[in-house]
Design a protein around this ligand. Structure first.
Ligand SMILES: C[C@@](CO)(OP(=O)(O)O)[C@H](O)COP(=O)(O)OP(=O)(O)OC[C@H]1O[C@@H](n2ccc(N)nc2=O)[C@H](O)[C@@H]1O
Ligand SMILES: Nc1ncnc2c1ncn2[C@@H]1O[C@H](COP(=O)(O)OP(=O)(O)O)[C@@H](O)[C@H]1O
Length: 311
């Protein structure tokens, strides 16, 4: 095999209930992940011959403008870390070049780095014929971050613990989404710290039965009304301009609106594909966001799209 490409989805959180800070610095969550059809692609190929061949070489491309420069190309890149974890389990692993083609905004609350890490786990497992099971990959994902396991499962799933313990949700609905992308990003730890400041003594997180009923029924209007994110006040406190973005999308007819994860991307649920295009047009014309993306959910999990056989 000379190359493997894995396509891996972004996420939005349909519910994000956040408990008090734990002894280890994390927060217990009830995190309803929903994969959307906005994909990064992770390609692994045999490393080009060069003077010094690191185990994992890294390059990045994409149309994200200035966002792309904020993707680290050193050992801290989550996808490179993921590749090295697979190599740890695969003594015969030969050096590879890892390429990330990014469409998911960076530090946008849509788990782009986590998606790349999940994609790298799947791609390296395939490329090196490492033989790791889905359970093995989920365990490695949890070592990398709270959000890395979800793209290995895809669809819609409830995350508990710090978000890494996943229970898939059966949902027949096909939902139409608009994402309003922001200039700049928000740091996830900063948003959790602002949450602790705004809400000392938060209660233990609880799932929302109304949201689960809306998902089971595939009822977009009901789902829109049930969307919730405990981190939203913290994200808006750090980025007050997001309040205007949310109001603009709501006034344009969104069934529901919320900050995605720790933000600053804002997500809007539309009644139809045409409705999503209209909401996006209003957001674009408002000048309140950097760009918009319309797409659908839920999307599938990380999957190999282009294995290239032979040498
Ligand atoms: C908020 C969420 C919602 O899905 O997503 P993003 O907005 O980042 O996409 C996640 O919980 C982010 O998960 P992830 O980005 O993987 O975070 P991690 O690397 O595990 O942790 C980074 C930091 O975030 C905080 N953190 C993260 C998860 C959690 N359950 N409690 C926390 O307090 C901690 O300060 C931690 O040091
Ligand atoms: N492959 C990657 N893509 C994007 N960011 C990455 C990656 N690896 C590490 N990072 C770092 O992770 C931070 C969070 O990025 P990202 O996962 O895109 O956002 P979020 O956690 O808000 O969903 C970035 O600011 C960047 O420094």
């Amino acid at each position: 095999m000379t190359a493997v490409t894995v396509r891996v989805p972004a996420k939005v959180n349909l519910q994000l209930a956040v408990g008090p800070v734990r002894g280890d610095g994390y927060h217990d969550l009830v995190n309803v992940f929903h994969a959307v059809a906005l994909f990064d692609e992770v390609t692994v190929r045999e490393a080009r011959p060069r003077a010094e061949r690191p185990l994992v070489g890294l390059s990045v491309s994409g149309d994200l403008g200035p966002h792309l420069a904020r993707v680290p190309l050193d050992d801290t890149n989550l996808a490179a870390r993921a590749a090295r974890l697979v190599a740890r389990e695969t003594p015969a692993a030969a050096p590879v070049d890892l390429h990330l083609h990014k469409r998911i905004p960076v530090a946008g609350g849509m788990a782009g780095g986590s998606a790349d890490a999940a994609g790298a786990l799947v791609a390296c497992n395939t490329f090196w014929s490492a033989g790791l099971s889905q359970g093995d990959l989920l365990a490695l994902a949890a070592e990398l971050g709270s959000d890395v396991a979800f793209p290995l499962v895809g669809g819609t799933a409830v995350g508990t613990g710090r978000g890494e313990v996943l229970t898939p949700v059966d949902s027949p609905g096909r939902y139409h989404w608009v994402f309003a992308l922001a200039e700049g990003g928000l740091s996830t730890p900063d948003v959790f710290a602002e949450y602790d400041r705004l809400r000392p003594g938060a209660p233990a997180p609880e799932g929302d039965p109304e949201l689960m009923a809306a998902l089971a029924a595939g009822d977009a209007a009901r789902l829109g009304a049930a969307l919730s994110n405990d981190l939203e006040p913290a994200a808006v406190s750090l980025r007050p301009d997001l309040a205007g973005v949310l109001d603009t999308g709501r006034a344009a007819g969104a069934l529901g609106a919320l900050v995605s994860g720790s933000g600053p991307t804002c997500a809007f649920l539309a009644a139809s594909a045409a409705g999503a295009v209209e909401i996006a047009a209003v957001l674009d014309a408002s000048g309140r966001c950097a760009a918009t993306v319309t797409t659908e959910g839920h999307a599938g999990r990380a999957e190999v799209v282009a294995p290239v056989a032979g040498r």
